[in-house]
Write a protein that binds this ligand. Sequence first.
Ligand SMILES: Cc1ncc(COP(=O)(O)O)c(C=O)c1O
Length: 364
Amino acid sequence: MTVEKELKRIAKLDRYVRPEKITGAIKLDSNENFALDGEFVLQVVTEAAKRVDLREYPIDELDGLYEQLARYTGINEKYIGAGSGSDQIIELLLTTLVAGNKKKNKGSRSRATVFVPTFSYFVNRCELHGMRVDRVPLDKNFELDIDRFARSARRSDLVYLCSPNNPTGGQVPRKDAVELLDRLDDSSLVLVDEAYADFSSYSLAREATRRDNVIVLRTLSKAFGLAGARVGYMIAGEKTAGVFRSTIQSPYPVSTLSLTIATGVLERADFVKKTIEGVKGERKRVFERLAEIKGIRVFRSDANFLFVETGKSYSAIARALEKEGIVVKLLGNVSGHAGCMRVTIGTQEMNDRFLKCVEEGATS
Ligand SMILES: Cc1ncc(COP(=O)(O)O)c(C=O)c1O
């Protein structure tokens, strides 16, 4: 293919568009963690800034991060690999282990199975790399039909399981997820995206350490409040994690400053865990309040956000939010559900202001 033709193909693809920055707005659109005290993060950043010498390449800071990740997850560091956000890890895994690898479907494009709706960035990246993406719809309650998914997954080179799922919030029940892993042989690479697992009730991390074809993706962007530092990690079998660390990952994927900050926050994981519990409490409270509002449907969530179907009140609620200076992810119609929005759980005050707008919009 000529460069011109390839550029034309790429230019037509869906892509992730960064949200607009609205100064002074309450940001409930990107599932960051504003419930984590900004002063706490600033203190860790200030300490890190005093310790690092940015004239040097990061040599052993990555080891410090691995040590703290092992402590937090309870998984030995030989199963862990880190990167510049889980986005970068996804990209590396796609380009090295999947795209162009035609093992299952000789002569055709490599194939991925995802359920939909899901994290659109992932689907965009598969398509960028010329992969065919098979989409299995979730049911009307956004639950996964494991049989249907497994049938498609078995024909695929890559299987993506976003759990808890973005944007719908639910985690695939543990029993179903493990059954799915058992039903797939090691010719399919399974990526379990657990960006929100810190807010949920279980993780498949330990399952991944026992299998060479399963990789769990985690991040410090959400629960740990470090979206701007760009630190993600993966947990996989020893062989997979080893090759990732030695050869797939570039030598210096994360800056010394980000590594030192990430290590500092993980050292204080107990503090972060308290805010996670607070977010979970607020998630329950906001869920219950929304469920009481006529015409509003809210879906069970195991993450730090809620998926809300607002139907006919969509425009009125969106207007009320704009007036109040609150930004949420406006999704419109999603899989037959009308007027959907995804809202991050913030501080109690932010959440109350959000609820007030929904109540106002739904009754206008
Ligand atoms: C499901 C999911 N995976 C991965 C990411 C990206 O995380 P990171 O900031 O580590 O690149 C996000 C961010 O929104 C996400 O929702």
